[in-house]
Design a protein around this ligand. Sequence first.
Ligand SMILES: [Zn+2]
Length: 153
Amino acid sequence: MHCPFCRHDGSRVVDSRTAEDGASIRRRRECTRCGRRFTTLETASLSVRKRSGAVDPFSRAKVIGGVRRACQGRPVSDDDLALLAYKVEETVRGNGQAIVDSHEVGLAILGPLRELDEVAYLRFASVYSSFNSLEDFEAEITQLRAGHASRGA
Ligand SMILES: [Zn+2]
């Protein structure tokens, strides 16, 4: 069980409880190196239904693989990607379903990727949301700009 923040391999359990579905245990862990806390959901399987109908186990490595292409040449580290995949898994698992559509995984990627790197986000969104035209890009960039303005950046 690696810490999603610093990837340290040691953590202690600070809280355990049975998840709502009763089939899994949610543990709150504290990293013994950086001291940050994270949640793990254990024993519950999570599967992803692809557009073809095939069902695969959820894999953070696949999330990272999908995002890594969009991050080429961008200042995004492996640690950043590992943390992003962790957030995606948290979001997807938060729905409480054992099987999710690959579409939901894609949606769960968009938010944290936008926070991480806007260029990578635009690249990923352009493929994922199949932007068809320059107008689609412009609309997305306008939204990003509006976000900056509202944050005062
Ligand atoms: Zn840590």
